[in-house]
Every structure is written in C-alpha cells, then in structure tokens.
Design a protein around this ligand. Structure first.
Ligand SMILES: [Zn+2]
Length: 229
C-alpha cells in the first residue's frame, strides 16, 4: 500500500461521500462510468432497509466479489451508524465489473453495512455479481489496458488500471501487466499491485511462459502476497 500512499490526497470529508444507490459515480475521476452502491451516510441513512434481508447466498457472492480494493488514495471514513463499541473505519473502494457491462463502485465499508446495519444493496447489483469472474474482453478492459500502456496518462489512473484489469483473465490483460512490470516508473510506485494482479494469471494456460524471476523485487513481492492469499 506504500505505493499508493505516495500519491495520497486527503479528500475524504465527513458527509462528502454519500450517494444514492445506483446514481452515477462522481466521487472521484475514473476512466469508466460507474454506479454508486453503498455510499451511506446520515442524509439518506441506511438505504435499502425494509427490502428483504440479504440472503446467505447473496452475502457470499458479495464477499467473494469484493476481493480486491481499488483507490486506496481515499482517506479513511468512519461508519456513521455504529452506536456503541469501536467505530468501524474503512479505506478504499471495491469495483465490480458485471458480465452485462455495468461497473459498480462501493466503499470498503459495504460489507460492514450489510453485516452490521441491515443494508440491502440494490437487487440489480446483487444479481450482476453472479458471474463477475468469467468476464470476456470488452470495451472496459480495452480502455483499462490502453490507459496502462499510455505513458502520457495520469499515474494514479494507470495504477487503478493495474488493479481492475485483473478482473479479465485474458492474454491482453496479461500483456499489459507484464509491460507495467517492466516499466521503471510503474513498478517503482505500484510494483506490489502489479504483482498481485499478475499472481492471478499463474497457472493459466496462456501464462505458462511467464518467468517470475525476471520481474523487479517489488513485483515478485506482490506475486508472493497473492499466492499467500
Ligand atoms: Zn457501523
């Protein structure tokens, strides 16, 4: 995470990150259009309360789809609904890419809101989580790969592409990540993230020629972290 800290901007202010579910994501700049989910606060309260409870299946789906945090440049945010005991704090957000072509952004706190405060995410969002790990290459991954390969693009955005591209187990994603691993600037600031993304390709048929020992230390460290789960 040190890589991200270098670019960190304390942008999170209390009350400044509350959005209605499914509204267009506008918290920060992101190269793809996304919808907000689970950005809860005092103004709208716990959205989705009164809807049926999240089923065990939906909850497990949400947990397994929330496998990797993006955007750790966010400051920490405190839960506004914890009444007693330690107040839960979160940092970063999850991005969910559905087969249907939607992208959702939720704060890291979404799992806490579901577990502790009866939050019920929108049905359309929960349904879309069922097949997020079998994505086929599309304009979203094309955009992310293009961003990663373009040296004139903003470094923070390129770092986010490193994380999100790992959603596609496709040779083009691998190619862009290998390029990033060999790029001095990217591997300096985000080598561990590159490694974590590359880790997901080890064992995949088209990645059999990948030589882990040819990557910089920080990238190899990230791969190790991935392998240790
Ligand atoms: Zn709470």
């Amino acid at each position: 995470m040190a890589a991200y800290a270098r670019h960190s901007k304390a942008v999170a202010e209390s009350g400044g990150m509350e959005y209605l579910d499914l509204s267009p994501y506008e918290y920060r700049t992101f190269p793809l259009p996304m919808r907000s989910v689970g950005w809860l606060g005092c103004k709208y309260g716990v959205q989705g309360v009164g809807a049926s409870k999240v089923t065990r299946y939906e909850s497990e789906l949400l947990i397994s789809a929330s496998w990797r945090l993006s955007s750790l440049t966010l400051g920490t945010h405190e839960c506004e609904f914890c009444r007693e005991g330690p107040v839960f704090e979160g940092n970063g957000e999850y991005h969910y890419y559905t087969q249907a072509g939607d992208v959702y952004s939720a704060p890291m706190m979404i799992l806490h809101y579901v577990e502790e405060h009866g939050y019920h995410p929108p049905e359309a969002f929960l349904k879309g989580l069922a097949d997020t790990n079998t994505l086929v290459w599309d304009w979203r991954s094309e955009r992310l790969a293009g961003l990663l390969l373009d040296e004139s693009e903003d470094l923070d955005m390129r770092c986010e592409a490193i994380v999100d591209l790992a959603n596609w187990k496709d040779p083009r994603a691998l190619e862009a990540l290998v390029y990033a691993a060999r790029d001095d600037e990217l591997s300096d600031v985000a080598g561990d993230e590159i490694g974590r993304s590359l880790g997901g390709f080890l064992g995949v048929g088209f990645a059999k020629d990948i030589r882990v020992d040819s990557f910089p230390d920080l990238v190899r460290f990230g791969i190790q972290q991935y392998l240790m789960g």
